[in-house]
Design a protein around this ligand. Structure first.
Ligand code: PXG
Length: 453
């Protein structure tokens, strides 16, 4: 099958997620055919360093035969069985134990889903059912953040703070309200990042008082916002959020779909920031994307009520605890453990990456190049002292991304921020290549910057 044939078939039949299909069909989709280590290859044989790990998920890199074998063996042994009517399968049970073992006792119980979005729907229902069972059914309101991302189901789109998503088919789930994000570059003004972090966290307190603590079920936030642009909160933010959730008896939910499984140099993002969530949705790095699987990690506080007070929780998916997806995830976690990838990000490749990425701050286009572990954002600014922004920010980000792509590097752009999230197995040479090509993109942008002012 020729490349142009495949692109034509795709244009005729395949509707892509988050895509302008008219534009995409006109220019033709890129067809990715192979992956190995930190690299992907397109149908024309062109090689790219995938500094985005697919979609923030291929933590162990592409092409690992261990996972293929684990999946093959599990499919031959037991391709599917459900966990609804008093049954389980060994892979699902052992996976629950394995995940819990990395939460330091904080999140001892696991409910399986197939994606981050399903995990969002699951914890939202669970949080409300928890308060019902505690005799406070009016505690239903969930507070989340503008420019947060929690998935694309109706609940995910409602909980997320993406205006363009709310604008399409609405933010339909009731009793969800939003507060500001801790994005100091954009909104911090003359405040120090520390002052600003406290101010943003205290918006939660203000919102709880406005709604009434007796009506608020939970607060949710990504430890570091991913799709929103790798917004790394000031150090004062999360401890203050924890204080407020404790003071008002609100469940704390950390959305670990991106931060979980090593990306920040800790098993989970909440551990990096030193907070103790009651619930935590995960997906992506749980299987490194080899098969779809997600979960909600549940603390003893919530699980005790769900198990001892609720009775039946009328919720679940045909593929909750799917044996093959669970086998892939178990093998993925074995690899992360055996190859000490979390420690590698914390102590070795993470610090190397920090130094390399930060070196881009000398570039005229760049205000800051920040990261935690292997989750990185680069902020472009039209004026480095005033933090004035390029007016055509979306086009500018796309321009830099396209130059990188032409030169064999996959980076992500969100407005005037460039985002990176490479596989945890990335080598020093690959980091050097990544920074070199990013600099090429920035150099090219500098030459045409007037077009974006
Ligand atoms: N929570 C977070 C924090 C996520 O990043 C989800 C939930 C939903 O997961 P699923 O598996 O249902 O997609 C995500 C997903 C982007 C992008 O453009 C990010 C995600 C998905 C699609 C695009 O950065 N994150």
């Amino acid at each position: 099958m020729s490349l142009s044939n495949l692109a034509a078939i795709d244009a005729a039949h395949h509707i892509h997620p988050f895509s302008n299909m008219k534009e995409l069909n006109a220019k033709g989709t890129r067809i990715i055919t192979r992956g190995e280590g930190s690299h992907i290859y397109d149908a024309a044989g062109k090689k790219y360093l995938d500094a985005f790990a697919g979609l923030w998920c291929v933590n162990i890199g592409y092409g690992r035969p261990e996972i293929a074998n684990a999946v093959f063996n599990q499919m031959n042994e037991l391709a599917y069985y459900n966990s609804f009517f008093g049954t389980t399968n060994p892979s699902a049970t052992l996976l629950a134990e394995k995940i819990a073992s990395h939460t330091e006792g904080q999140l001892n119980h696991v409910f399986f889903t197939n994606s981050g979005s399903e995990s969002t729907d699951t914890w939202l229902r669970m949080a409300r059912v928890y308060w019902q069972a505690k005799g406070q059914p009016e505690k239903r309101v969930v507070i989340s953040r503008r420019n947060g991302y929690h998935g694309s189901t109706v609940a995910g789109a409602s909980l997320g703070g993406m205006k363009h998503m709310h604008g399409q088919a609405g933010a339909d789930v009731s009793d969800i309200v939003h507060i500001s994000q801790p994005y100091w570059f954009a909104d911090g003004g003359e405040m120090s990042p520390e002052e600003f972090g406290l101010k943003m966290a205290r918006e939660l307190e203000d919102k709880i008082n406005e709604v009434g603590a007796d009506k608020v079920a939970a607060f949710v936030g990504e430890p570091i916002q991913g799709a929103g642009g790798v917004i790394i909160p000031p150090a004062t933010y999360w401890p203050e959020i924890q204080r407020i959730c404790d003071a008002y008896g609100i469940l704390l939910v950390t959305d670990e779909v991106i931060c979980g499984f090593g990306r920040l140099g800790s098993w989970f993002g909440h551990q990096h920031f030193g907070v103790k969530p009651d619930l935590a949705p995960v997906a992506k790095g749980l299987s490194s994307g080899y098969l779809p699987i997600g979960a909600v990690l549940v603390s003893d506080r919530v699980a005790d009520v769900m198990i001892n007070e609720v009775g039946d929780f009328f919720h679940g998916f045909t593929y909750s605890g799917h044996p093959v997806a669970a086998a892939a995830a178990l093998e993925n976690l074995r690899i992360i453990e055996d190859e000490k990838l979390v420690e590698r990000v914390r102590d070795d490749i993470g610090p190397y990456f920090t130094k390399a990425w930060k070196s881009l701050e000398d570039h005229d286009m760049v205000y800051s190049a920040e990261n935690v572990g292997l989750m990185a954002g680069l902020q472009m600014a039209a004026d480095k002292t005033t933090r004035a922004r390029y007016k055509k920010a979306d086009d500018l980000g796309s321009f830099v991304r396209n130059v990188c792509l032409e030169n064999g590097l996959v980076l992500r752009a969100t407005g005037d921020r460039m985002l990176a999230s490479p596989p945890l197995i990335i080598t020093e040479e690959e980091v050097d290549f990544m920074v070199k090509v990013t600099r090429m993109g920035l150099d090219a942008a500098w030459k045409v910057r007037a077009d974006y002012l």
